[in-house]
Write a new protein. Structure first.
Length: 136
């Protein structure tokens, strides 16, 4: 079920709501009670369920037989001053560009590193790691 962002044009409040795609848009603001709520396009939420990163293994395992893609990501990371470790996990959903050093998650502290990166980049996370976006 998608998570939708809403902003109230009357009071400026921001909220997120899980809704089915077929559900009608919310219109009444739960804060000021005015019908000035509008759905806005937001950044997707990163899902981190209970099995998040379990058994991901090495970068080679993550990219499987796609040596060209693995090489492209590693080369881009090196050009940005980061030397990927074989035990890192590359999380493209938090990458702002190919090989983004902040998207390489060390295998020994994945949840803490994902939390810090999501907070730093104002990305929502839901599941084993919970981070809400700052209201804008």
């Amino acid at each position: 079920m998608p998570l939708y962002d809403y902003t109230c044009d009357a009071c400026g409040s921001h909220l997120e709501e899980f809704q089915r795609m077929a559900d009608p848009h919310l219109t009444k603001c739960p804060i000021c009670r005015k019908s000035k709520l509008r759905r806005v396009i937001g950044v997707p939420t990163i899902r981190t369920d209970g099995t998040f990163l379990a058994g991901v293994g090495t970068l080679r395992h993550q990219f499987g037989d796609d040596d060209a893609e693995l090489g492209r990501v590693v080369k881009a990371a090196r050009q940005q001053g980061y030397e990927p470790k074989a035990s890192d996990y590359y999380c493209p959903s938090i990458a702002s560009r190919c090989g983004d050093p902040g998207a390489f998650i060390p295998h020994h502290t994945p949840k803490g590193d994902i939390r810090r990166m999501c907070e730093k980049r104002d990305l929502a996370c839901d599941g084993a790691v919970k981070v809400k976006r700052r209201a804008k």
